[in-house]
Design a protein around this ligand. Structure first.
Ligand code: UFG
Length: 328
């Protein structure tokens, strides 16, 4: 396949780019480099551009004629989406609409879209399957659901086929240790825990201790970023081979509390990792655990790193060797 990866220089995008190339596909990365890192896609064809720029997009589509587009270009902070919703509606929805319109105009018919468990909000039942009610509790989740709504309409009207992948908690780093998570500012639990283990932060704050969970802290389903990557390759291959549009959850079906994550990280790193109780973070659902049976049954997806230990161990290798991320 010829694949254009928008946002390919970011955390998940760069792992997908690596996976696609290893599977023998031809890849061009399209990234504004606002948050992406050129070092994350070293040796790849990289075009600096914005998904909201139809002129540059058109010429790139005309030149590379991708069979499929993947879109990782989005802002991802739940908290920021509540304080600056305009930024999220403009970037995650309006600019994605420009990308989709340009694809339709240029006759490119397949897209793999990065969606999120945030579309579900506070789930009615666990594990969450793809038929669960979608009622996002934050603007970030709303933007992902809006794009899914647009995709369904563009499929019906223009024949644009899509796979929308709803990630639960992406974590870990490439087992080769040369690409990994580097956000500024960092807000995700596992990198923050490991940065605390390295002494780069004095302590970890545990947000909320009174949830209805085994130890009172939130439960999440962590999925290795390389397993997310293989799911993207499978979904793209299926689309190019003629499959219809699909929505898939991506998680391991296993929930861990915040305290269990910290304990596991203490074991793996052998470091103390000071943690203090802090108030609940607004908008956090108590429990999010995926059923990923649909993508396993339909595409034969099999995670290689389903264990939390392996997920944290690969992240630890990355953070130890790159304490300042790509600036190390
Ligand atoms: N947490 C802490 N302390 C921290 C950071 C996080 O206790 O310093 C807790 C959070 O409160 C939450 C858990 O760790 O209970 C995981 O938090 P993350 O920020 O790592 O991840 P989220 O579950 O908030 O976010 C994920 C995805 C988002 C998605 C969201 C849906 O990263 O893209 O799930 O709720 F929108």
């Amino acid at each position: 396949m010829n694949v254009l990866v928008a946002g390919g220089a970011g955390y998940i995008g760069s792992h997908v780019v690596r996976e696609l190339k290893e599977a023998g596909h031809s890849v061009v990365v399209y990234d504004s480099l606002e948050h992406g890192h050129t070092q994350a896609v070293a040796g790849c064809e990289l075009i600096q551009g914005d998904i909201g720029d139809p002129v540059t997009l058109s010429s790139v589509f005309a030149q590379y004629k991708p069979d499929v587009v993947m879109n990782f270009a989005a802002y991802t902070s739940v908290a920021e989406s509540m304080t600056d919703p305009a930024k999220y509606y403009h970037n995650n929805v309006r600019k994605t609409l420009v990308l989709l319109d340009t694809m339709v105009h240029e006759g490119i018919r397949h897209i793999v879209f990065s969606s999120s468990a945030a579309v579900y909000g506070e789930p009615e039942r666990i594990p969450v399957d793809e038929d669960a009610r979608c009622l996002p509790t934050n603007v970030y989740g709303e933007t992902k659901l809006m794009v899914e709504t647009i995709l369904a309409a563009y499929d019906r009207a223009y024949g644009l086929r899509y796979a929308s992948l709803r990630y639960f908690n992406a974590a870990g780093a490439h087992p080769e240790g040369d690409i990994g998570e580097d956000h500024d500012p960092e807000t995700q639990l596992i990198p923050l825990v490991l940065m605390t283990a390295l002494g780069l932060r004095p302590r970890l704050q545990v947000f909320g201790q009174d949830y209805d969970t085994p130890d009172g802290t939130c439960v999440r389903d962590y999925i290795h970023v390389s397993d997310l990557a293989s799911a993207h390759t499978l979904a793209a291959e299926a689309l190019v081979e003629g499959a219809g549009s699909r929505i898939y959850n991506l998680g391991n079906g296993q929930g861990y509390t915040v305290r269990q994550v910290i304990e596991t990280a203490r074991r793996i790193t052998g470091r103390e990792i000071p943690a203090v109780d802090a108030p609940r973070r607004p908008g956090d659902p108590a429990v999010l655990v995926a059923s990923s049976d649909k993508i396993k049954d339909e595409l034969g997806w099999t995670p290689r790193f389903p264990d939390l230990e392996d997920i944290i161990a690969t992240a630890w290798e990355w953070h130890k060797s790159h304490p300042k991320g790509y600036r190390s």
